[in-house]
Design a protein around this ligand. Structure first.
Ligand code: FAD
Length: 116
């Protein structure tokens, strides 16, 4: 793990970015307004142009063209993001995450109480 007072390397940046994205999705409304849906779409598309790992950003933009954000509600957005993250996991040889567990991981905490 890198020192916390140094510029972020690619992995720390990725980990922090996924944490923010999954936490936003975990807290996305059950009945989002048009404004909230358009805000998350703008946020993700801006991120895909500004993300400071050029080839990561380019691949992400291509994935977004194929699978645009699904923003109907909290569940849909969280599941969509889980699938996007899994595409990166597969690309770089990391384990695929079980998307049925995404709200336990990012919103509710594990059922065994280990996050309480
Ligand atoms: P991370 O992949 O950062 O995941 C953090 C935590 O999220 C995990 O510990 C796990 O608990 C949870 N998690 C894992 N998968 C899922 C999922 N599908 N849904 C919900 N939660 C999950 N790195 C590269 O080397 N090449 C790339 O092209 C690349 N592209 C990226 C594109 C984007 C948009 C982002 C945000 C990051 C990218 N990264 C890329 C970084 C990479 O995805 C990881 O963040 C980095 O390798 C660090 O991995 P990690 O082990 O800390 O876990």
């Amino acid at each position: 793990p890198q020192r916390e007072d140094c510029p972020l390397d690619k992995n720390s940046l990725g980990n922090s970015t996924w944490s923010l994205l999954h936490t936003i999705a975990a807290n996305f409304p059950e009945q989002p307004t048009q404004q909230q849906q358009s805000d998350i779409k703008t946020f993700i598309s801006s991120l895909s142009r500004l993300y400071p790992c050029e080839y990561c950003a380019k691949d992400f933009r291509n994935e977004l063209k194929e699978s645009p954000p699904e923003t109907k509600d909290q569940e849909q957005l969280s599941q969509w993001l889980c699938r996007m993250h899994n595409k990166v996991n597969v690309k770089i040889g990391k384990p695929v995450f079980d998307c049925s567990k995404v709200n336990e991981r990012w919103r509710d905490g594990w059922l065994d109480g280990s996050c309480d």
